[in-house]
Design a protein around this ligand. Sequence first.
Ligand code: FRU
Length: 703
Amino acid sequence: MIPASFVVLLLYVTGQAVQVRPDILIADFESEDYRDWQVEGNAFGPGPAEGTLPNQMEVTGYQGKRLVNSFYGGDRSTGRLLSPPFRIQRHYINFLIGGGGYPGRTCINLLINNSVVRTATGPNTQPGGSERLHWHTWDVRDLEDQVARLEIVDLATGGWGHINVDHIVQSDRPAVVDLRREFVAEKKYLNLPVERRAPRRRMRVLVDGEVVREFDIRLAATAPDYWVFLDLTPFRAQTVVLELPGADAELKGFDMIHQDDTFPGESELYREKYRPQFHFTSRRGWNNDPNGLVYHRGEYHLFYQHNPYGTQWGNMHWGHAISHDLVHWKELGIALYPRRYGDWCFSGSAVIDVHNTSGWGTPDNPPLVVAYTSTGRGECIAYSLDNGRTFREYEGNPVVRHRGRDPKVIWYAPGRHWVMAVYDEFEGKRCIAFYRSPDLKQWEFCSRIEGFYECPELFELPVEGEPGHSRWIAYAADGAYVIGQFDGQKFTVESGKHPYNYGNCFYASQTFNNVPDGRRIQIAWGRMNFPDMPFNQMMTFPVELTLRRVDGDLRMCATPVREIALLHGEERSFQDLIVRDGETRSVDAPGSLWHIVTEIAPGTARQAGLRICGIDLTLDFVERKLHCHGQSAPLPREATSVRLEILVDRGSIEVFAHNGAIYMPIGVLVADKSPSLELFARSGEATIKKLTVWRVKSIWFDD
Ligand code: FRU
């Protein structure tokens, strides 16, 4: 803010000296009571609050010791504060505001003759959010000399039913400004500095007067924590306008934005401290669900939920990466951009329209078709004739309208039609709905099954060891699955719901369509937080799904795809290692990232296992359980000695026990620990019948 000490400041605008008068303080709310402000109701308490109130998230960003905080008595309380009249004698009114974002209900109003002539709210309407106050400015040049009052209102009683205000001043300088810049796009990237603690602002990119990109970004206020980029190639040689309305006048980041053929940090890319070395992560920003998993013309496509401009969920785009072997990934440009701000591209799937039922391709070049949720519209279809590099929208979108999202489309060969399994909230129930279509354009509702939440999956698996037998599987985001029959329209459930994964980070998985050798391959969102990195979250390692009898009952099993062998470096093998009661035996394991295969026989031990970088993976032969990092899973009865397969990367330990009957993907910052591998036994002696450890090579570099 402008220091109160100076008297007159001269600003030179177009050569003319303009006098800037000192600020006039309306209220700083530093006293114990509200002084000459009128108080109604109980929300504002006996006087300005000393910061955070009981049961409130930490309130920050106010000035001095006190502020207006209507969380007095919690969100349920209501009330109003009314200022004494004052004359408008400056160009702007600046103040700090936070709390609820409900117009008319959690707000500050400027009143002239009892009518509201300006209003502002806090930023929050959703659970989560932040109690931080930010500057707000009203331009009141048209109201000069009028007599006004301020009113601070809390009429809201639900979540975020409170308002915080502080430091109201009249000033000739706005605390927030509308920033604008113009340049000709010549380089590949527009580089944008991000600061984690800076307020989220909405930024617009315009070309020819049209908004071509619009997104939220925590543009650096002072110094960037990391940089993100926007692909400028579609706008080459055109004049690009950047707009940032309502920016803090002190904001530095806007001037740091620049175009370049590289992005800051690119030379360190994939070498960052926590960067997983054989799990896919996005170069910059946030990822969640894998989308559009499909094989086409030698490439596995991994599209994904992506925020390109920050490491938190938001601004949902479809990111895109490809692989020739399921393990080495190459990130390409963004595949699907939101049509406009707020109309996000949520999860969906991809198919190859081999028979060209849509007519969008040719028999020689069948289209790659994606189905996704456009949050403003419903389930939408887009197609690509250049192997997923660019997409065109079907003009008949949306193809399905309902309360739901996350369409998974498959070809139902016996009926020669398409099937969409989609998350659907019908009459308040969480369901998977099934639709069918002859051409990917016209969709007809068929049936529903209840009890599934988000990101459905549907596929057929052969029963191992029972030639000619197969079953259909259906599951949703948590992976818990039912086994049954599917006739192209209706799923007949034949089993209970079986838990599938016992880890701490698995969500919203999907399986590949069109895999040439018929394997059913799955990737999930690895919900794992990577602190202080320019990226966040990861994908789990691809697994092959099979259906086999475990303890006599059909179970879906997961094992790492065999292509893991492509990443094998040095190998160490051991046999018949005896680990004595209470002993910890260290294993000379090469490198720090591993693929481990071992078979442990209980012997007389109650517990035996591996200590991986200090994290215990314990088999308890009395409880018949597997434990790791706070997670546990029951061991199948038939597993007398237990075969374990383990993948250790910088941010995860993925455990597969008894040939995948137990799948336990664990997100944990292994990179924070020192690399070590040990064997242990407790309450008796155990035999490690076999142990093979391979060093796993990075998928990003030759090492
Ligand atoms: C699951 C999910 C989906 C949605 C997407 C949004 O993680 O909430 O239901 O499509 O993420 O990013």
